[in-house]
Design a protein around this ligand. Structure first.
Ligand code: FES
Length: 136
């Protein structure tokens, strides 16, 4: 029996933004809330993120359910979340841990949302982190 293939890294996905790309202003993100952000918005060049803010900290996941590879939600007002606890996919309701994106229940239990490293600049700009290791 073959092993499942490892989850892709965010930078291997189509239309992944470059390191340093500004994704939001921290103060524009509601506190203790997951906010959907779409980058590169042209019809066929889209990269979707979920930005999760808790006070000064912001982290990101690709808005892509590991079950079918579709967005957890297509609109912010459809995003199912228990702030500070979990985010759920609104297709088959897999529930992901707020802190690290691990699926705790549902069709993809044990898999995770794909994390995207961020840096918050002193002026509040939230950017894709510059990778300390050169990507191949
Ligand atoms: S597509 Fe997300 S739980 Fe099935």
């Amino acid at each position: 029996m073959s092993q499942p293939s490892p989850a892709p890294q965010w930078f291997d996905l189509p239309h992944a933004p470059a390191a340093g790309t500004v994704v939001a202003q921290r103060d524009a993100l509601a506190d203790v809330c997951a906010t959907m952000v779409t980058l590169n918005t042209t019809e066929d060049n889209v990269f979707r993120l979920l930005l999760v803010r808790a006070g000064p900290d912001v982290h990101a996941f690709v808005n892509r359910c590991p079950h079918f590879g579709v967005p957890l939600a297509s609109r912010q007002d459809h995003l199912l979340q228990k702030p500070g606890i979990s985010i759920s996919c609104n297709v088959h309701y897999a529930r992901f841990r707020w802190s690290d994106g691990l699926c705790e229940s549902g069709e993809c239990k044990g898999e995770s949302l794909i994390s995207v490293p961020l840096e918050v600049q002193p002026d509040g700009r939230v950017c894709i982190a510059r990778d300390p290791i050169e990507r191949q």
